[in-house]
Design a protein around this ligand. Sequence first.
Ligand code: CA
Length: 231
Amino acid sequence: MREKILIVEDEPDIVTMLEYNLKKEGFRVTSASDGQEALRRAEREHPDIIILDLMLPEIDGLEVCKTLKQSSNTANIPIIMLTAKAQEADKIVGLELGADDYITKPFSIRELNARVKAVLRRVREKEKLPEIFKIGNLTIDFSKIKVTIGNKPVELTAKEFELLSALIKAKGRVLSRDYLLDNIWGFDQAVEIQSRTVDVHIQTLRKKLKTEAKRVVTVKNYGYRFEQEEE
Ligand code: CA
């Protein structure tokens, strides 16, 4: 699945320019024009990376950065800050708050692309899962796309396997229905009937997981998470 970038910037010209260029690079792009919207989108859509301008109306970029890094649901999303030359001090604060990198305006799109790719590469290395994942009676071999409970193979459909993998890769984090629809089914704008698709797949997945079904936890009105703590 193509990686998703959230652009947080209140200047429409910059957003348009970034959107155009990042899409051309093969990324999926979403944007927010103020801090509040940024926090909302980050929670719901869980982008792979956030490009965050520090000069924003209402809640400024540093505050957004701080809030994202304090919430267990969004703390692992890498952030590249956009700063102006005059904001040298903010850069340092931003990095201390957990931002991964910064880029100073004006910047070339080439430079930004390179930074985005470098940060994503670093994160991917860090988050790599072992090829074989085991918990309780459940074993998943990601390279062979094989799932077993005890020693019995479990027949999952492709979507069920993707769903289970996404939940496990989230390492206990809650994934919203919107996120799952977007990343597994490729539905950008979720409507009611599509949200139910996720629920139906979760139900069949639980049935097939038998003794481990309880690990797929419903978070009411929001989404699902996978319980990774051993009892
Ligand atoms: Ca701005």
